[in-house]
Design a protein around this ligand. Structure first.
Ligand code: GAP
Length: 605
């Protein structure tokens, strides 16, 4: 996706603010950083915690049909065999034949230029190719001897035509910052051909790319002291599988009844080939996933006599007992959309991508991605998939444990059917089978189970990324406004318009003067009043306008100033009132201290 300069500079400003104000730092920055890993600073940690809390509340606590789970990151490796991750969780990758640097096959942007063959290098003063120079410098930094590099450099390299100027190219800037200006002479060069829009050269190094090969994205580790292949375990690439693996325990221990869901928030790890766009695609990230278990449509049919079909004007507000998978899927899309609106992401910044039949995984019936309009393009925030009974069936097969659910209502409804009605139901199910290859015997086996009240529940899975959401919230909230002060001076106000519910700090508390003990004491009293209920920030240094600006940048929705009127010395009618400033409108008004807590709680809960 092409990026406009305005969008790029907006993104740069967001990244810079995130570091300057302590939202997001590069992991291990003092050692040069580590690609695809990010740390959250004081404000970022609060923001993330608030987002986590809003999800948990909306998806579990505020509902009586969802329970929570907090499972381990490392699980039995067979889980990942059963889920298909060991065999298929891979990206197609190509490798630079000079540096071995990898790139996702579908991420190679077409390039044009002259294909050159270099025949050797020397460490002297003249530099002919920036690409080769950087590769050599990088390799030498890793301790590779120049002689071995001489052999490898007899490769094809693309000298790009029309490559971006240094200032426009993030790679050039990174490379420039990372490597010292070593000087290298190339001993011979030969132009092989001129290519246009070729995807066969590494976008950063220019080196010829190898054939595409699958590269598994799971991060491996070893359990126990021996570290043999028998001890391999994986850091989970998604939180979802733990929910399926613990399905039976949750059913047995929690008196849940289908339809119901299990939600989980936690870390996931993927060895992404090209982590990019700040935290958007990271190697360590947090997911917020719900597996919502529903009756198969055939069970609904047996219990209710029919399955309600989805239509444009379907009422999705309250789930109904005759809903089939399609209405449940639509319901969760609507629920998740409402959730995003509740934290400030309205329809103007969201979009939807409905996967076509050809895009869908073989087991999935439908999948929609909720997209957010990031500065670098409209990209996925959350996926909502109707996964059928695939996952539980896989775990039942691989573990050998029964994961079928007994549905009392289904058994009661089936017991009322005559043998003829049951035979007719089997025929109908066979005629309606979704896959033509399904045999009559398979249909009979499943339907006989249904008559006994048994089935493997089907699943609707809304799966969101917490770090992606935090980035979307930062991008959506960031603003630079021209404002004019009382003296007529115009300046740029940087502000984060966080919804109060998710703002890291809810109120800034400012005594007008720090050297007036009565003002300071009153301000401290207000801190003590509010702190048990919310995050507040006490600030007594600098002009009041500057203190407001500092909190605008942190996204603090309210400022509370304690001034001489609060003390009621000159105007007794204002005693025990404070100035309340609202971040977005910058409007100020007086409010009694006694009303502060209920007012703020009404905004943040
Ligand atoms: N269990 C389904 C699943 O994991 P997914 O689409 O691979 O589906 C779900 O991931 C969500 O997790 C994505 O919509 C995204 O928000 C987040 N996510 C996935 N990979 C990520 C990454 N490398 N960095 C940050 N977030 C990621």
């Amino acid at each position: 996706m092409s990026k406009s300069p305005a969008f790029e500079s907006r993104m740069e400003k967001i990244v810079s603010l995130a570091k300057r104000r302590g939202f997001i730092f590069q992991s291990s920055e003092i050692y040069g950083g580590i690609g695809g890993f990010w740390d959250y600073g004081p404000l970022g940690a609060e923001l993330k915690r608030n987002l986590r809390d809003t999800w948990w509340r909306a998806m579990t606590r505020d509902r009586d049909d969802v329970v929570g789970l907090d499972a381990t990151i490392i699980m039995h490796p067979s889980i990942w065999k059963a889920s298909g991750h060991v065999d298929t969780f891979a990206d197609l990758m190509r490798e630079c034949t000079i540096t071995n640097k990898r790139v996702r096959a579908d991420h190679v942007e077409p390039q044009s230029g002259s294909v050159m063959r270099y025949s050797g290098v020397n460490l002297v003063s003249h530099v002919r190719s920036q690409h080769i120079n950087r590769n050599i410098t990088a390799l030498m930094k890793q301790g590779e001897h120049i002689e071995s590099f001489r052999k490898r450099v007899r490769q094809l390299v693309l000298d790009k035509l029309g490559k971006p100027t240094r200032d426009e190219s993030p790679f050039e800037n990174t490379a420039r910052a990372a490597f010292p200006p070593e000087e290298i002479e190339l001993l011979g060069e030969e132009r092989i051909e001129v290519v246009e829009n070729s995807v066969d050269y590494h976008p950063e190094t220019g080196g010829l790319l190898s054939e595409a090969r699958p590269f598994n994205l799971m991060l491996k580790t070893y359990i126990g002291p021996t570290a043999t292949e028998d001890d391999v375990a994986y850091l989970r690439p998604e939180t979802a599988q733990a929910i399926f693996a613990q399905f039976k325990n949750v059913c047995d221990s929690s008196r849940v009844k289908v339809p119901f869901g299990i939600g989980q928030i936690g870390k996931a790890f993927r060895n992404e080939v090209t982590p990019k766009n700040f935290t958007f695609r990271s190697r360590e990230f947090e997911q917020m996933e719900l597996e919502f278990f529903i009756r198969p449509d055939e069970a609904v049919q047996l219990i209710r006599g029919s399955v309600a079909a989805w239509s444009e004007d379907a009422d999705l507000s309250i789930p109904q007992p005759n809903w089939g998978w399609e209405l449940w899927h639509r319901y969760w899309v609507a629920q998740r959309t409402a959730y995003y609106a509740s934290i400030g992401l309205g329809p103007d910044v969201l979009d939807y991508f409905w996967q076509t039949k050809a895009d869908l995984a073989h087991y999935a019936r439908a999948c929609v991605d909720i997209l957010f309009k990031f500065p670098f393009g409209t990209e996925e925030l959350e996926g909502i998939a109707a996964r059928g009974s695939f996952d539980l069936t896989q775990h039942q097969t691989h573990s050998g444990k029964q994961l079928e659910y007994f549905d009392e209502e289904l058994k009661t409804a089936s017991d009322k059917l005559s043998p003829e009605q049951k035979a007719a139901f089997i025929e109908e199910s066979y005629a309606r089978r979704s896959k033509p290859e399904t045999t009559r015997e398979e249909i009979v086996a499943v339907t006989e189970k249904l008559f006994k009240g048994l089935y493997i529940p089907h699943v609707i899975e809304p799966s969101a990324g917490l770090d992606r959401l935090a980035l979307a919230i930062l991008a959506n909230s960031f603003d630079e406004e021209e404002v004019t002060d009382e003296k007529g001076k115009t300046e740029t106000r940087t502000v984060l318009h966080f919804h109060p519910r998710i703002a890291p700090i809810k109120a800034g508390i400012f005594p007008l003067l720090k050297n007036k003990p009565e003002l300071v004491a009153k301000a401290r009293e207000i801190v003590a009043l509010l702190r048990p209920h919310m995050a507040v920030f006490y600030d007594e240094t600098g002009a009041i306008g500057r203190r407001y600006r500092r909190q605008d940048e942190a996204g603090t929705p309210f400022g509370i100033t304690i001034d001489f009127d609060t003390l009621g010395e000159e105007k007794p009618e204002f005693k025990d009132t404070v100035t309340l400033r609202e971040r977005d409108s910058m409007q100020q008004r007086r409010i009694p201290i006694s009303e502060l807590l209920p007012f703020l709680l009404g905004k943040i809960l």
